[in-house]
Design a protein around this ligand. Structure first.
Ligand SMILES: C[S@@+](CC[C@H](N)C(=O)[O-])C[C@H]1O[C@@H](n2cnc3c(N)ncnc32)[C@H](O)[C@@H]1O
Length: 204
């Protein structure tokens, strides 16, 4: 028996690769899924959807696999991959219905801000991989970070605020959200819907 039998269910992505994407079905990505409580609860509530759990940390992905096996779920794909590579280079256009980025590290210090995922460039890649009317869902306990993300996405002009896009998630919480709530902190959620790109014209 391998030391970590969970590893058989963890896909390591090093190049463009999309066989885990169901054709025609609903596909949602939990980007930076951590220990997977959100992924597993979402997959259990909606067994007809494919939930992709992606993270860089192997130890956390093993926890996701253990939870998904305990719950007997077949609709989760577990990927070990860096989020920028996944979104910018590995996923095909219009491949996901919804992307969740929940309680990411806020990297409050200026010298660390290059680690923040959300920036203008990344926003256009989120737009690229979402299907028509696709949803981007973000949460954080850090009000300043939430507001900064709000501004970047509003300024992009390619998403519109759409809180209804997460109405089906009531009661489903990530591990970090549970932790922050237990500490008495508020966790803010935002959701945006993908807008069509403006028509491109050249010349007059
Ligand atoms: C603060 S935890 C939040 C985990 C989970 N979303 C939750 O709310 O419980 C951030 C997670 O994102 C992962 N992560 C951070 N940067 C990443 C990146 N660039 N690509 C993929 N995963 C990343 C970390 O390994 C960690 O599991």
């Amino acid at each position: 028996m391998a030391a970590h039998p969970e590893d058989q269910k963890i896909n390591i992505l090093t190049s463009a690769y999309c066989h885990f994407l169901p054709q025609g079905d609903i596909a949602e990505l939990d980007m930076g899924c951590g220990a997977g409580s959100f992924t597993v609860a979402l997959a259990a509530r909606y067994p007809e959807r494919r939930i992709i759990a992606a993270d860089v940390m192997l130890g956390r992905l093993r926890k996701v696999v253990r939870k998904m096996d305990q719950a007997g779920l077949q609709n989760i794909s577990v990927l070990r991959v860096e989020a920028r590579n996944l979104i910018a280079m590995m996923l095909p256009d219009a491949s996901l219905n919804r992307i969740h980025l929940l309680c990411p590290d806020p990297w409050p210090k200026n010298r660390h801000r290059g680690n923040r995922l959300i920036c203008s460039d990344f926003t256009s890649q989120l737009h690229r991989v979402l299907k028509t009317n696709g949803i981007f869902h973000f949460s954080s306990d850090d009000e300043y970070y939430c507001e900064a993300v709000n501004k970047v996405i509003a300024a992009s002009g390619i998403f519109e605020s759409y809180p209804e896009g997460i109405a089906d998630l009531s009661g489903i919480k990530s591990d970090f959200e549970k932790r922050w709530l237990a500490e008495g902190k508020a966790v803010h959620h935002r959701a945006w819907i993908k807008l069509p790109l403006p028509a491109v014209t050249i010349g007059h």
